[in-house]
Design a protein around this ligand. Structure first.
Ligand SMILES: [Zn+2]
Length: 87
């Protein structure tokens, strides 16, 4: 009943894919507490394009290609990961 009415309402020839955010969205790597507001945190995410994203203003307003951007949070996380691997 529900299914048949749903199919009848679907536009013919629709090629829209259902994107599942959990599978295709950027993967959360770390949350770094903000220095100016400890209640806030910046999220560092690994995108499906293998670029690293940060939600801080310093990263977002950089006029560089995403792959060339870095901020203190990303650099700090990379240093942290490097020291963890070196151990
Ligand atoms: Zn940042």
């Amino acid at each position: 009943m529900y299914l048949s009415s749903f199919c009848a309402n679907a536009p013919a020839g629709s090629t829209l894919a259902r994107v599942i955010p959990e599978m295709h969205g950027p993967r959360l790597m770390a949350v770094v507490p903000s220095h100016s507001n400890p209640l806030k945190g910046y999220e560092i995410r690994l995108g499906a394009d293998a670029n690293v994203y940060c939600t801080c203003p310093s990263w977002r307003f950089k006029k560089l290609p995403v792959g060339a951007r870095a901020c203190k949070h990303i650099l700090g996380l990379k240093a942290q990961l490097a020291s963890t691997i070196a151990r």
